[in-house]
Write a protein that binds this ligand. Structure first.
Ligand code: C2E
Ligand code: CA
Ligand code: CA
Length: 442
């Protein structure tokens, strides 16, 4: 086995990883042997493409295919990570530019992996700004994935300042491989991030190990309470997708949807994915699909109507029990709130029979207003909608042949949640007291 300071040895767990040296990486960069693969990230309701993760590929004429985990540690140890990282970002930004003005691709973000070392480099934001400018794109198309590292503390003053600068450019930041590192709650609260990517080991065991599901549910709720999104990685089966969706996870990635592919294959993948027979939310010939999170369903849901007719009280109570210690707090027992709630159930019942949910959406706005008037914080309202969505879809799942309705109800509550979030975006009472992130307080 080749070993030198510049060479990745076959460490434990690295069996079969080819050893590469720093000069080989430099040569591959010069000879343009690196390329990028793109792996779609989609909503768990499978009706929108959210973005694509960018993954490094190296096909060498002599060495064969070199996986990223054989390259990145060597590049990190030898300082080549900065050059390699800039190259990846440059290529990703070129891809973003080529999508500009194409309605189907314009909003698709690229999720680029960066090393914690890059985040600890004060020169990084300046270089990113140059890369963006040269490509002619802005930062909003980029999301950077960073993994907690034993080498660098991403909470160091430098890294925090770098993150703040990047976010000021519109770039989002997510913490990758979440659940495998050492993040504590207090640590997360102080990190200026936009999302968490749950490590794929959780997804891998979610259908076989009974202890995983409550953990994923708790992590999802925690992410939402922190005001950040959660992505489930490594989704390979329908059962895993159903399980992570049931936990409230909105976004997922994995072989079930697509393997990483070259950019030129994405359009064909997407056309096939949109035409899958089991999806119905967006018509196959829709040339300009929009993000679907805010879209109301457009078909009657007789099972949902039946459920509301017979069980709406019980469903409300169950949803409340998920977020409060016992039942709905006394302070909401105002006549105005009660009336708004009754109107809401009536509208939802009527709309689930007719298939047009516009009235429900409008009455929902009133309900939220009355809830605020009765003293509910935005966080409570958000948690309540999420909780109601879980309770309702779970109740629907008990019926037979209700898959379409489960999805419709899921989309409906997600749309209502989205409406709530848009109306709350400007309020500063979003996360109360000590849970509020420091930057928000600043
Ligand atoms: P990661 O960030 O956790 O990336 C996801 C890895 O999981 C990718 O492996 C992807 O191909 C694989 N994957 C995706 N879906 C599934 C699935 O459903 N099942 C299974 N079993 N695997 C799935 P890949 O491409 O080998 O990348 C490995 C790691 O290398 C990445 O892990 C990331 O940490 C690192 N990496 C890749 N590209 C870059 C880069 O440009 N810069 C840096 N710093 N790191 C990179
Ligand atoms: Ca990643
Ligand atoms: Ca990951």
């Amino acid at each position: 086995m080749v070993t030198s300071p510049d060479t990745l040895a076959h460490g434990p767990g690295n069996a079969g990883v080819p050893a590469v040296s720093a000069p080989q990486i430099e040569e591959a960069l010069t000879a343009n042997r690196f390329s990028l693969a793109f792996q779609p990230i989609v909503t768990t309701s499978q009706d929108a493409l959210v973005g694509c993760e960018v993954l490094l590929r190296w096909e060498d004429p002599d060495l064969g295919a070199i996986p990223p985990h054989a390259v990145i540690p060597v590049a990190e140890r030898t300082g080549l990570i900065f050059e390699l990282g800039d190259w990846v970002l440059g290529q990703a930004c070129d891809q973003l530019r080529s999508w500009k003005g194409q309605a189907e691709w314009d909003h698709v973000t690229l999720w680029v992996n960066i090393s914690a070392l890059q985040l600890a480099d004060v020169g990084f934001p300046g270089r990113v700004a140059t890369i963006l400018r040269e490509a002619g794109v802005d930062g909003t198309g980029l999301c950077l994935e960073v993994t907690e590292s034993t080498l660098v503390d991403v909470r160091s003053q430098t890294s925090l300042a770098v993150m703040a600068e990047l976010r000021a450019m519109g770039i989002r930041i997510v913490l990758d491989d979440f659940g495998t590192g050492y993040s504590s709650l207090s640590y997360l609260r102080h990190l200026p991030i936009d999302g968490l990517k749950l490590d794929r080991s959780f997804t891998a065991e979610i259908t076989t190990d009974g202890s995983i599901r409550p953990i994923v549910r708790a992590v999802t709720d925690m992410a939402h309470a922190l005001g950040v999104s959660l992505v489930a990685e490594g989704v390979e089966t329908d059962a895993q997708l159903a399980a992570v969706a049931d936990c409230g996870t909105d976004v997922a990635q994995g072989y079930l949807f697509a393997r990483p592919m070259p950019a030129h294959e994405l359009a064909r993948w997407r056309a096939g994915w949109l035409r899958r027979p089991e999806r119905s939310a967006v018509p196959a010939d829709d040339a300009t699909p929009q993000l679907n999170i805010g879209r109301l369903p457009d078909a009657p849901a007789p099972e949902l109507a039946r459920l509301l007719e017979t069980e709406s009280e019980a469903l409300f109570a169950e949803a409340a029990r998920r977020i409060y210690t016992s039942s709905i707090p006394e302070r909401f027992a105002t006549p105005d709130f009660e009336r708004a709630r009754e109107r809401w159930v009536r509208a939802l019942l009527r709309d689930s029979r007719s298939g047009d949910y516009d009235a429900t959406a409008r009455v929902t706005d009133t309900l939220f207003r009355q809830a605020s008037a009765a003293g509910a914080t935005p966080l409570e309202q958000h948690l309540f909608v999420t909780s109601l969505r879980l309770v309702v879809t779970r109740a629907l799942r008990r019926g037979t042949d209700t898959r379409r309705e489960v999805m419709a109800a899921w989309n409906l509550f997600t749309a209502l949640e989205h409406r709530l979030l848009s109306s709350l975006r400007s309020t500063d009472r979003w996360i109360p007291g000590d849970l509020r992130r420091e930057e928000d307080a600043a």
